[in-house]
Design a protein around this ligand. Structure first.
Ligand code: NAG
Ligand code: NAG
Ligand code: NAG
Ligand code: NAG
Ligand code: NAG
Ligand code: NAG
Length: 552
């Protein structure tokens, strides 16, 4: 128990040493100029730098206190501090490692050397060790406690030490005592003003840390050498150690160095820092801008694609709307029901007809009538057709329009233009007819566009054919159809000059039990039946009147 406390005491005693000796270095002993000219620099293994000097009473040291007695009766010779006769083991920049840990002899000369120790300015050391419960009383050395001053870096305590009778002698031999040394007893500012300031050029003066006065000299940063010897500290050529990058250029400067990068390289040039990097491996301006450009391009493309797909969607929705508006559902029902013979009637899509008419090109226009424009179209199966684009359709007429498509689809007469189908996806419905190649009767009888004159026989035949078709429409069809716009421009002629009645845009269906219907007057003036014109009562006789005009 008691010995444990003693150990604690010992460690407390040693602890302060640790922070002391560590800071010291050996720079002076490594300097190029170590001693004054013609002075011995070595005693045995020890290098003795100025301000110390080997010899007693010579001018090799800065003052008698720094004289080193090199006793050559030992082999190798041993250096002693001549004034106090203590063996020197090592000389550092501000401390001495000495061998004899005896304090009595040393303490007589406190002016130049002090314990490098704590507390500051310690000049005497007398250790008395006692255990806390007074169980063991110790004066100098016992198996329970032992106190001494020494360099903590050279002492490693082990539990067996205290029971080892040779321990005391071993510490004296192996654990050096660390002494601070300083020049004089004046501090730096005092010494600078006196005539014998020891610090030469490129060095700094440092006050002694012991608090007992004195100073020492130290080379400025970037300089090396012995600050006490002429010419003082010299510049360190740092470039010899290649501190710069392999692509850098080193320039030594007083107290430092500069690194620059070769042409084509950038950086701070210092090896372990940013070094030098080739310019093109720097921030990749080109790649960066390319990346940005492609990024923008991608965004623009994406936005465009989105815009068009939205637009397309809207068009599709519009087409669907028109399809509903234009009675598409009704027509589909009619087509699918078995009652009507409409299986051959096709519902074309807007896209199909756009393609067929080369997007309603001007050169595809066959004619313009009162009810719309007729285009020549070529379907994808190369079938040539006529496509009639109606004018704006009255909502209320949709059902009738559908009925007309249905009726016309059922009309199978060689002198009536055959309807092939329709398209309801456009705002106005479009009708697809068989293509009739030889123009209209109007063109021929008015010699319009260089069409040949007809013989009387041909004219009679065409008249007969047209009359037959009208008669068929008025009576033979499932539900009578009044054409309502019979005129020579509406009688087409095919490659064999066979008449084909066309343009049922104004046509009306007449329920079987009615012979006349009231309508708004419609038709072409000149062909229009005056009676119908006045009463608005439409009968099949109106067509007959118009046909009479054609004959005339
Ligand atoms: C001292 O020098 C001797 C011979 O000159 C050598 O054997 C010994 O190792 C040296 N000791 C030290 C600590 O340098
Ligand atoms: C050298 O050391 C020996 C032995 O300690 C001593 O007798 C002698 O006087 C010393 N010589 C000098 C010059 O100090
Ligand atoms: C250390 O100093 C003491 C007292 O001055 C002396 O008796 C002893 O011989 C010295 N030991 C060595 C190794 O110098
Ligand atoms: C050390 O201290 C003790 C106790 O205070 C005292 O008796 C002794 O004389 C001192 N020794 C020296 C060398 O001063
Ligand atoms: C310690 O050293 C002294 C003198 O150097 C000697 O008389 C003594 O016998 C040594 N003690 C041991 C235990 O070796
Ligand atoms: C140096 O010593 C003088 C006189 O003792 C004192 O007045 C002065 O403050 C000291 N300077 C420093 C920096 O310690």
């Amino acid at each position: 128990m008691s010995s444990n406390f003693s150990f604690l005491y010992l460690f407390l005693l040693f602890l302060p040493f640790i922070s002391l000796a560590k800071q010291d270095t050996n720079l002076i002993t490594q300097a190029k100029t170590i001693t004054k000219p013609n002075c011995q620099s070595k005693c045995g293994n020890l290098t003795v730098p100025y301000p110390f000097g080997i010899g007693i009473g010579t001018s090799c040291s800065i003052s008698p206190w720094f004289d080193v007695n090199c006793n050559t009766s030992f082999n190798p010779p041993k250096p002693f501090i001549s004034t106090i006769n203590i063996e020197i083991l090592e000389i550092k920049d501000n401390t001495l490692l000495t061998k004899n840990t005896s304090i009595r002899k040393y303490s007589r000369d406190p002016e130049r050397f002090r314990f490098s120790a704590i507390p500051r300015g310690l000049q005497r050391f007398n250790a008395t060790i006692s255990s806390l419960n007074a169980h063991v009383r110790v004066s100098s050395f016992s198996s329970c406690g032992y106190a001494f001053l020494g360099d903590p870096e050279r002492f490693r305590f082990s539990a067996g030490d205290l029971s080892d009778p040779g321990f005391q002698n071993r510490t004296v031999d192996n654990v050096p005592l660390v002494l601070d040394w300083a020049i004089g007893t004046r501090n730096c500012s005092e010494a600078r003003n006196s005539g014998d300031f020891a610090c030469l050029q490129s060095s700094v003066c440092v006050d002694s840390e012991t608090g007992l006065g004195g100073y020492r000299c130290s080379c400025s940063e970037g300089y090396q050498g012995n600050p006490y010897l002429s010419p003082g500290c010299t510049d360190i050529n740092e470039c010899e150690n290649n501190p710069c990058d392999e692509n850098g250029i080193c320039t030594n400067t007083p107290g430092g160095f500069r690194c620059a990068c070769k042409k084509g390289y950038v950086g701070n040039g210092i090896k372990d820092e940013r070094g030098c990097t080739a310019v093109n491996s720097q921030f990749p301006v080109i790649k960066f801008s390319l990346g940005i450009s492609f990024g923008f391009l991608a965004v623009i493309i994406a936005v465009t694609v989105m815009y068009f797909s939205i637009k397309k969607r809207k068009i599709m929705q519009l087409r669907e709307k028109f399809f509903q508006q234009n009675g598409g559902v009704l027509l589909k029902q009619q087509i699918s029901s078995n009652e009507t013979n409409m299986k051959s009637t096709k519902i074309f899509t807007a896209v199909e007809l756009e393609k067929a008419t080369n997007n309603y090109a001007e050169d595809r226009i066959l004619g313009r009538g009162g009810y719309g424009t007729v285009y020549k179209g070529i379907l994808h199966d190369q079938q040539v057709v006529a496509i009639k684009k109606s004018r704006v359709m009255d909502q209320s007429q949709i059902e009738q329009f559908i009925n007309e498509v249905v009726i016309l689809a059922q009309v199978n007469h060689r002198n009536v233009v055959k309807i092939l189908g329709c398209c309801l996806e456009t705002e106005v419905p479009m009708l697809v007819y068989e293509y009739v190649s030889n123009g209209t009767l109007y063109h021929h009888i008015h010699n319009n566009g260089g069409m040949p004159w007809f013989s009387w026989d041909s004219r009679l035949r065409i008249a007969t054919e047209a009359a037959g078709a009208l008669a068929y429409l008025h009576s033979a069809a499932a539900m009578p159809v009044i054409h309502r716009d019979v005129k020579s421009p509406n009688i087409l002629l095919d490659e064999y000059y066979t008449a084909k009645i066309s343009d049922f845009g104004a046509s009306r269906l007449v329920p079987v039990d009615q012979t006349q219907i009231s309508t708004l007057v419609q038709g072409t003036l000149g062909y229009l039946d005056p009676e119908y014109f006045h009463t608005g009562q439409l009968t099949d006789k109106s067509d007959v009147y118009s046909f009479g005009v054609v004959l005339a």
